[in-house]
Design a protein. Sequence first.
Length: 353
Amino acid sequence: MSRLSRLRSIDIRRTRGPVRRKVRSRGVPPALAEHEIFYSEELWEAAFMVGKVLSAATLDLRRPEEPGFAASLFGVQLRDISLLYLDLTVAATLDIPALGPYFTVCMPTNGRVVCEHGSGIAFEANTVRALVTSPGTALTMHFDHDSPILVLRIEEQALLAYLTRLLGRRLPHPISFAPEFDLAAEPAMRWNTAVQLLHAEVFYPDSLVQHGHGIGAVEELLMSSLLYLQPSNYHADLTRPTNSTGRRVVREAAEYIEAHLGERISMATLAGSVHMSVRSIQQAFRDELGMSPVAYIRERRLNRIRDELTDAMPGDGVTVTAVAQRWGFQHLGSFSVEYRKRWGESPSETLRR
């Protein structure tokens, strides 16, 4: 059984609709061909379904009398990254008043899409220029005839947590990306390679990702590629050395914690790993992350448990008790309370999804 057939927030059940027209030769990317979310020739239904996967939206045809409208959406979800393919067939306008808690990279695979971003910027997205969106902004997309798009969606909290670990400090402001992404530039080859890797892992039935392995590494590759390549309000912080001793200490300590997360980590051992006193490292964590080292370790362990429960497949024999104990939680009652407080559901609910 494929790990990717068990989507989380996306419902891949086919809707009851008309017999679909023949898909054009360019068509759906092979990795997504078996992962249809919906198909509809009704404008209102297509707008409703797009709204369920992205955000509430309105959808209008550029020429209302034009025949041939047929909307389809395909997609898979890993943990915190989804790969989607939207095709509206004919010229149409998709208007989203406010994007949800996620970032997207929208890459037309044919034709062009004229984008009006919430920042007041309007530009043309095409096969060599992508659109990058940030949470909460308004977005209007004018699709030309035969202009499907490949959408990579990254959940906001996942990217915030990852960037926090990279910087070794709290983020005082939300992440905001520049909307235009030049896919033809030489540095963008790293992004294209990361997307191709994701496509290959989704396509091949015996890939590591299909069996629930290496998902975190693939997601981090995509997130780091976007963060380092695309201009944002944190791009300079990532790409230039920091002179802050506190940030360096936190970053090095976080690396040690990641490498020893399943072991008992004492404050003396952690402080020794970065050649600082216990008091100094505690102060650095409070100054840069707003939490103690112990709270940070607990947070990372809760994240690791959630990842393992999310990736578990039927027949693996995974139990909540075994996973919790492996990551240092011996008192299951208090663990369940902490887990629900962090993720909004019980560990067993995550495992059953």
